[in-house]
Write a protein that binds this ligand. Structure first.
Ligand code: SF4
Length: 178
C-alpha cells in the first residue's frame, strides 16, 4: 500500500489526525528515558511494555533501523475542564482501541511492521512483569516514549501538531511499515 492509502486507512479506523511519519525525526533521547525513570507516569519498572524491560536506546535504534517509512496517528479528545479525568480516560481508551484495530489491519499486508503505541500497556489488570512472560506479546505495544522518542518533536517534524488547543487532549502512536 502507498503511504497515502495507509493514512486513509487510519482515518477510516477513526483517528482524528494521521500523516506520514518523518523517519528522520526518530531520535532516541536519554532525557525521555529520564522522564520515564522519574516515575511521572508510575509505569517504569512495572510493565513489559515499558523501560527498563524494553531495553536501552541502542536496542530502540536497532529495532527501527531497517524501516524506511511509517505513519503517525492521533486521537484528540475534548475535556470538559482541565481536570476532566473521565474525558482523558475515554480519549485514551478510544485511541488504544483504534490503534489495535489499525495494527491488526496493517499486519495483514505487513506482518513485520513495528507498532509504537501510547503510554503503558493496560491490557491486563495486573502485569506479569517481572515474574512471568507477557501474556499478550503480539498485542502489547511499547509506547513512542518507551522507545525514547520525544513525541512533540516527532509530531511537528511529521507535519502534525502535538497539542490541538485548550480543552483538548491528544494521544499519538506510530506504525513503522517497511
Ligand atoms: S499484555 Fe499484560 S502482561 Fe503483557 S505488558 Fe501488557 S499488562 Fe503486562
Amino acid at each position: 500500500m502507498k503511504t497515502e492509502e495507509l493514512i486513509e486507512l487510519a482515518l477510516e479506523v477513526g483517528f482524528d489526525h494521521a500523516g506520514e511519519l518523518n523517519m528522520g525525526a526518530l531520535d532516541f533521547r536519554p532525557e525521555v528515558r529520564d522522564m520515564c525513570s522519574s516515575g511521572r507516569c508510575r509505569a517504569y519498572g512495572t510493565r513489559w511494555s515499558c523501560p527498563p524491560a524494553v531495553g536501552d536506546l541502542e536496542r530502540s535504534r536497532r529495532r527501527t533501523e531497517k524501516y524506511h517509512r511509517g505513519i503517525l496517528v492521533q486521537t484528540t479528545g475534548q475535556m470538559a475542564h482541565d481536570f476532566d479525568s473521565e474525558g482523558i480516560l475515554q480519549a485514551e481508551k478510544r485511541h488504544k482501541e483504534r490503534f489495535a484495530t489499525l495494527v491488526r489491519q496493517i499486519r495483514y499486508g505487513y506482518p513485520d511492521c513495528l507498532p509504537m503505541g501510547t503510554g503503558a500497556c493496560t491490557l491486563c489488570r495486573k502485569c506479569t512483569y517481572p515474574d512471568r512472560p507477557c501474556r499478550h506479546p503480539e498485542e502489547m505495544f511499547t509506547s513512542m516514549e518507551g522507545y525514547g522518542l520525544l513525541v512533540n518533536d516527532v509530531a511537528k517534524a511529521s507535519g502534525l501538531r502535538y497539542d490541538y488547543g485548550p480543552g483538548t487532549i491528544t494521544y499519538s502512536a506510530a506504525v513503522l511499515i517497511d
